[in-house]
Design a protein around this ligand. Structure first.
Ligand SMILES: NC(=O)c1ccc[n+]([C@@H]2O[C@H](COP(=O)([O-])OP(=O)(O)OC[C@H]3O[C@@H](n4cnc5c(N)ncnc54)[C@H](O)[C@@H]3O)[C@@H](O)[C@H]2O)c1
Length: 283
């Protein structure tokens, strides 16, 4: 897809971080935008920013863990703009802990947002985008965590590995159509993801009222928050990468070399039948 003027872009997780940067990028490129999120105040701020950049913009309350919310989001998008050309399934959350300590609600929450979110988005939008018979592009936000494994963030890694596999399958299925597909695999970006608890939906609260985050879980989230503040990239870098990948019809939108080395080490382990190397990226 080369031309963005008067095209419609839908972005989930648009109230903050990478999602907001995507909305701003598409608005600057001449798109109409549909910003979707559960955070009403953040969503309104994003919508205003898009309008200030000259775009027609609507904000839609949408919990990506629910198929009916994505269906309603698609209805709102088609009603407002008559067509959808770009779909970014971007909403995501993270919590940490050892695989055996992490509460089942945390597994269910991360799978529901990070894996089922993009699945719901694809199921609600792709049939209509195909019917449209126009050029379009779908971008699912996975992570470099989709290509690597680290301790204490098992639910996040598995939800993102599944998102990547799902998106590769989608790519194969759509290759003879006018719809392109990309997977965004960010490295460390300075966003609100370390405060994901702020948007934990009702159905995913801990049933154990005395639950406390384990030391491993706290360590991971603190390290993430600290890393994002010190070496995290600005979310606009991701938006620029996504824009370029859509134009180039490029599937993998990957991080810089240090993260790719970590990914390559894992692939070498698999190829050579070695036990998994602990190889965090050295940035
Ligand atoms: N920040 C990073 O370092 C990093 C690295 C790799 C991947 N990612 C991925 O990037 C994406 C965007 O995250 P971010 O870093 O901008 O974080 P963020 O917290 O700034 O933004 C995430 C957005 O998703 C929304 N959201 C959460 N649950 C939702 C739900 N159930 N329904 C709808 N919206 C919901 C939040 O309200 C928020 O606006 C996520 O998929 C995340 O996993 C981030």
């Amino acid at each position: 897809m080369q031309e963005f003027t008067d095209k419609t872009a839908v972005v989930t997780g648009a109230a903050s971080g990478i999602g907001r940067a995507l909305v701003e990028k598409f608005a600057k490129a001449g798109c109409h935008v549909v910003a979707a999120d559960v955070d009403a105040a953040g969503l309104e701020e994003t919508r205003k920013r898009a309008e200030a950049l000259g775009a027609r913009a609507i904000g839609v309350h949408c919990d990506v863990t629910r198929q009916d919310n994505l269906d309603a989001c698609a209805d709102a998008a088609y009603e407002a703009f008559g067509a959808v050309h770009i779909l970014c399934n971007n909403a995501g959350v993270l919590s940490g802990g050892t695989t055996w300590e992490l509460p089942i609600e945390d597994y269910q929450w991360q799978i529901a947002v990070n894996t089922l979110g993009p699945i719901h988005g694809v199921r609600s939008f792709v049939p209509r985008m195909l019917e449209q018979q126009s050029e379009g592009h779908i971008v699912n936000t996975a992570s470099m965590a989709a290509l690597t494994t680290m301790p204490f963030a098992g639910a996040y890694h598995l939800s993102k590995h599944a998102c990547l596999a799902f998106t590769e399958c989608l790519y194969h299925e759509l290759r003879e159509t006018k719809l392109g597909v990309s997977v965004l695999c960010p490295e460390l970006i300075n966003t609100g993801i370390a405060e994901s608890e702020r948007v934990r939906p009702e159905g995913f609260q801990h049933r154990d009222k005395d639950f406390e985050v384990s030391p491993a879980g706290k360590m991971v989230v603190d390290a993430l928050a600290n890393g994002m503040k010190t070496i995290g990239l600005d979310p606009s870098v991701m938006a620029d990468r996504v824009h370029a990948a859509i134009q180039e019809d490029r599937f993998y939108i990957l991080a810089e070399d240090a993260w790719r080395d970590a990914c390559n080490t894992r692939l070498d382990d698999i190829r050579e039948g070695r036990n998994p190397t602990f190889a965090p990226p050295t940035v």
